[in-house]
Design a protein around this ligand. Structure first.
Ligand code: UDP
Ligand code: MG
Length: 320
């Protein structure tokens, strides 16, 4: 019998987690030829997510959980979940039922009969999403596909089923600043893209703010490309050429016509323009140096507080 592990990052999901498991179980029950296991990762939730997980693990023997010592972010939670998988196929999905388990059969089909290593999802319709966020994410997909080796279709999501081999490859990328969509694409393998209409989150609230989305987009580009650095170098070259021509013209003018009116405006423009460009270049450089700095510390991607993977850990749990 083929085994399937479901990796589910959870942050403040006390309201919806049980509903998620019950709904997913309906689909699991309709697939008796496969043995499913949940790997719930509690990413330092501030609510009672942990207690719900513990309760669910008592109720269903196929539920495993890992609790972080604090909020490490969804990327870290996915990594932790993937690290604990052993199954033939692995699914990464959200806990809010925005990723419908109903398409499991379709995903299994792609892996088993159609020769794919991964069946990933993208959303076609972004209903319930603000216009601003829509424009921003479209821009991001365009830019990141242009600048990096990572090629993802617009609306690509983390929700996917992968083969063991692909998961093992993903785990080999041990970088601290993780950008999963990029990593999934970077490791290669054949991916089938399927789409479905997104539904609104039914229980709980989304935790993403615009600032975190901006950081996410920045990660997506800087983690996989040095194009911005190259861009500053090219821009420097172009400005150098232009100023060379300008210097030549000014020199000739001065030689033949003598010093004319003092160039207050041109001086001011040149100083401001170059100052701005220099600042921006230093900023881009700093972004990369910051990343080298964080990566060089080689800190763990997450820290586990409790888990029911080793039963001993379970005994001395206090209630939280
Ligand atoms: N999540 C997480 N850590 C975080 C933020 C979110 O593990 O710091 C989980 C969350 O519980 C959910 C998934 O990541 O299962 C997606 O989060 P959310 O639904 O808030 O994002 P959206 O659907 O708006 O992209
Ligand atoms: Mg969601």
């Amino acid at each position: 019998m083929k085994t399937i592990d479901l990796v589910v990052p959870c942050y403040n999901e006390e309201a919806g987690l049980e509903h998620f498991v019950l709904e997913t179980n309906k689909v699991i029950d309709s697939l008796p030829d496969y043995s499913f296991r949940y790997i719930l990762v509690n990413d330092g939730s501030r609510d009672k997510t942990y207690l719900v997980m513990k309760k669910l693990a008592k109720q269903f023997s196929n539920i495993k959980y890992i609790c972080f010592s604090r909020n490490f972010g969804k990327e870290a939670a996915m990594y932790a979940g993937l690290q604990h998988t052993t199954a033939d196929y692995v699914v990464v999905m959200d806990a809010d039922l925005q990723h419908p388990p109903e398409i499991f059969p379709q995903m299994i089909m792609a892996l088993e009969n159609e020769g794919y290593d991964c069946c990933a999802t993208k959303r076609d319709e972004r209903e319930g999403e603000s216009k601003f966020r829509g424009i921003f994410s479209k821009l991001f997909f365009k830019l990141s596909n242009k600048l990096t080796d990572v090629k993802n279709p617009y609306g690509a999501m983390d929700y996917r089923m992968m083969t063991r081999q692909m998961v093992d490859s993903i785990l080999e990328l041990g970088e601290v600043q993780r950008f999963s969509k990029g990593i999934f694409s970077w490791v290669g393998f054949n991916t089938k893209w399927v789409s479905f209409k997104t539904v609104d989150r039914q229980l709980g609230t989304t935790t993403w703010k615009f600032s975190s989305l901006f950081k996410y987009a920045l990660d997506g580009i800087t983690c996989f490309s040095v194009a911005p650095l190259r861009f500053t170098a090219v821009m420097g070259g172009v400005i150098f050429l232009i100023s060379l021509i300008y210097i030549l013209i000014t020199l000739i003018q001065t030689l033949f016509f003598g010093i004319t009116t003092p160039g207050y405006v041109t001086t001011l423009c040149a100083v401001l323009f170059l100052g701005g460009i220099t600042e921006m270049s230093i900023g881009i450089l700093g972004e990369y140096i910051g990343r080298i700095y964080m990566e060089s510390k080689d800190r763990p991607i997450y820290i586990t507080k409790y888990s029911n993977f080793e039963e001993e850990n379970n005994e001395e749990e206090d209630s939280e």
